[in-house]
Design a protein. Structure first.
Length: 332
């Protein structure tokens, strides 16, 4: 088995389509189809059930893909170990995070690392946390950055920073008249007196209001339901959209209320913001973590990037990197 064979079968399995896999691999569909047929002929068994739409792995195919991922991970580890012998003049770092975190949190650290180690190749996988868990397990990435629960026997989890949820409501929403004094983005970013004075909101006061939620990501529909259920009610979901950034725009357009993480406030670079309301710690607080697979070989380049990332967090560079214009939504 060659690396190319392993990579091609994995691509078809992930895309569940030979045509889509061919696009991803930059090869023609007929040549990829012929290549898969030749692998199956060589093995003497079918890897894919082509009678199903989309195509599915056979039992042999699932076993092949499982071992293919392990073999590629071992090969990558060997290459990284060899690169370590040359210091940091070569090598790679494979990072996994949600698209939101890559755009809002990691850009500065990646730029700083590239400036310091221009010959190190950085690969970024943008996916939700379930996919990132699978990629960590398969050895396809060195570490992931995000929130959530991780099996202690399988993963090493190191806290990077706290993250807090806020209730976000458009200033034009009539319910704001009956809510406490709101916070602006400036209040949260600069920890103003108003921020320090605000008491946590009892979320039940908005239980009849329509919510907007993302259908994927770390702060998705399940998160909204979980938080609201802790308060004793089922949320009224008016819209589900693709990303947390779209949730933000819907709230600003007064199409519903939402629960938004403060990372979006710090690093989203939005000119206009809704009103924000604090929530109790047991509902609002979570941790952004650096997650790696236990007992996995981490190349020196990846260790250096993780160290740089933690240093930037410790000195507050993530917040300093925000380009949020001064002023924002003016509050009385």
């Amino acid at each position: 088995m060659t690396t190319q064979q392993l990579t091609y079968v994995i691509a078809v399995a992930e895309c569940q389509s030979i045509s889509k896999a061919a696009e991803k691999l930059y090869v023609t569909q007929p040549s990829l189809s012929q290549y898969i047929h030749s692998i199956e002929k060589q093995l003497g068994m079918k890897l894919f059930d082509r009678s199903l739409t989309p195509i599915q792995l056979t039992d042999a195919g699932r076993l092949y893909v499982e071992w293919a991922r392990k073999i590629l991970a071992m090969e990558e580890s060997m290459n990284n170990a060899m690169s370590d012998l040359m210091g940091l003049e070569t090598g790679s770092v494979r990072i996994g995070a949600s698209p939101f975190r890559v755009r809002c949190l990691l850009a500065r650290s990646i730029a700083s690392f590239h400036a310091k180690y221009p010959c190190i190749h950085l690969t970024i996988q943008e996916a939700d946390m379930k996919q990132l868990r699978d990629s960590l397990t398969a050895g396809e990435i060195d570490f992931a950055i995000g929130t959530g629960e991780f099996e202690e026997k399988q993963f090493h989890v190191e806290s990077l920073a706290d993250e807090r949820l806020y209730l976000a409501v458009s200033p034009a929403h009539p319910i704001t008249a009956s809510l406490p004094e709101p916070l602006s983005a400036d209040d949260i970013i600069h920890s103003t007196g108003r921020y320090l004075r605000q008491q946590p909101l009892d979320l039940t006061v908005v239980q009849k209001e329509p919510f907007v939620a993302a259908n994927a990501g770390e702060y998705d529909l399940d998160t909204v339901k979980r938080v609201c259920r802790k308060c004793g009610f089922e949320p009224n979901i008016a819209y589900t959209v693709q990303t947390i950034e779209t949730v933000f725009s819907f709230v600003c357009s007064n199409m519903g209320i939402a629960l938004l993480p403060d990372s979006l406030i710090y690093y989203g670079n939005f000119r206009n913001h809704p009103f924000y309301y604090s929530l109790p710690d047991h509902l609002a607080l979570s941790q952004i973590s650096l997650i790696s697979r236990k007992n996995a070989f981490l190349p020196r380049a990846s260790t250096e990037y993780a160290l740089l990332l933690k240093q930037l967090v410790d000195v507050g560079t993530w917040r300093m990197g925000s380009n949020f214009p001064s002023g924002g939504m003016n509050l009385p």
